[in-house]
Design a protein around this ligand. Structure first.
Ligand code: HEC
Length: 107
């Protein structure tokens, strides 16, 4: 019984892991459409600050808080917002977040 439970919870953990930002399996083309609401504040074609930092080359540089740009750190910023950025935790679905992250990687 104990063993069954731990196998089940391992399975649940694995599932949770894959659904979290869909492990970089987002669709960049769909993410571009999601990004329209971000483009009010973010340039996609330069690193120049609009309201927020330009996001061109985001994955090739560090975030402004000094953290490496990864799906986890970028996803956390999108979820939490802050510093003038809205929190998108409840505004975007997991798929939309994965898609917009996939799009950000192409910049
Ligand atoms: C109302 C303006 C606004 C909107 C809309 C907005 N952001 Fe932001 N964003 C900001 C500001 C301002 C910052 C800088 C905040 C800080 O320094 O803490 C920021 C920071 C970021 C960062 C970190 C950049 C870095 O270099 O550290 C990412 C990534 C990001 N936003 C992505 C997005 C995405 C994706 C969307 C759309 C889903 C979005 N933002 C929508 C204003 C906005």
């Amino acid at each position: 019984m104990q063993k069954t439970i731990s196998i089940l919870s391992l399975g649940a953990l694995a599932l949770a892991g894959t659904s979290l930002f869909a492990q970089g399996k987002g669709d960049a083309a769909k993410g571009k459409a999601v990004f329209e609401q971000c483009s009010v504040c973010h340039n996609a074609d330069s690193a120049e600050v609009k309201m927020g930092p330009g996001l061109k080359g985001l994955y090739k540089r560090k975030l402004t808080d000094g953290k490496a740009a990864t799906d986890a750190t970028v996803g956390a910023k999108i979820d939490a917002g802050g510093g003038g950025m809205p929190a998108y935790k409840d505004l975007l679905s997991a798929a939309e977040k994965a898609n917009v992250i996939a799009y950000l990687k192409t910049l």
